[in-house]
Design a protein around this ligand. Structure first.
Ligand code: C5P
Length: 204
């Protein structure tokens, strides 16, 4: 059985939480595509050219996801993500994952529009920048990273602008995506809405 759930939206809106829960509920595989761009960004910070890093990405680059989940790597990721050659190098891997047997959930920025325009279910998960910054701050603090709210908010806004305004695969909701604004929604309610969307598609 092939079944693809595409989840897009800005940083820290809850895509990962929803994606993991949906994958677990239905036994689907889950791919956080932001990690691919972060891995390329990390190699650029270490001195490589972005195009070369993207073309030679390997599972080793993703072995320590926490090391990639830092504000510095996030900014580097959103800078390499504007480069069409970088996006092209990462496309086939994402599509192959989306079409795997047993179902797949992918979260990112362009899954429903570019990577999987024919995904069975598309969600666009969003929330106000202030609420997303607060969530990201709590996440980073829980991992012992010392950052302040204003810095995180500025990071979130800079990435939002870069991701939405770029020419190559900009972040935008697909026409047929279900929009979930999680600003005033609990994680449980957002997960329930996502699961209901998958069940509705499976039923009919
Ligand atoms: O989702 P995450 O915040 O980890 O993504 C890091 C960066 O990677 C984003 O700010 C965005 O620039 C880029 N990205 C992208 N397309 C995706 C996933 C992430 O351009 N499908």
């Amino acid at each position: 059985m092939r079944f693809t759930v595409a989840i897009d939206g800005p940083a820290a809106a809850g895509k990962g939480t929803i994606g993991r829960a949906v994958a677990e509920r239905f036994g689907f595989g889950h791919l956080d595509t932001g990690l691919l761009y972060r891995a390329v960004g990390a190699r650029v910070l270490a001195g490589e050219r972005a195009e070369a890093a993207a073309a030679s990405l390997s599972p080793d680059d993703l072995a320590d996801p926490d090391a990639l989940r830092t504000p510095e790597v996030a900014q580097a990721a959103s800078k390499v993500a504007v480069i069409p050659e970088v996006r092209a190098a990462l496309l086939e891997f994402q599509r192959a994952f989306a079409h795997r047997m047993g179902g797949a959930v992918l979260d990112g920025r362009d899954i429903g529009t570019v990577i999987c325009p024919r995904a069975e279910v598309k969600l666009f998960v969003t929330a106000s920048a202030e609420i997303r910054a607060k969530r990201r701050l709590d996440e980073l603090a829980a991992r012992g990273l010392d950052v302040d709210y204003q810095t995180v908010l500025e990071d979130v806004r800079a990435r939002d602008a870069r991701d939405a305004d770029r020419a190559a695969a900009p972040m935008v909701a697909a026409d047929d995506a279900l929009i979930l604004d999680t600003s005033e929604m609990s994680a449980e309610a957002a997960i329930a809405a996502a699961i209901a969307a998958v069940e509705a598609k499976q039923a009919g």
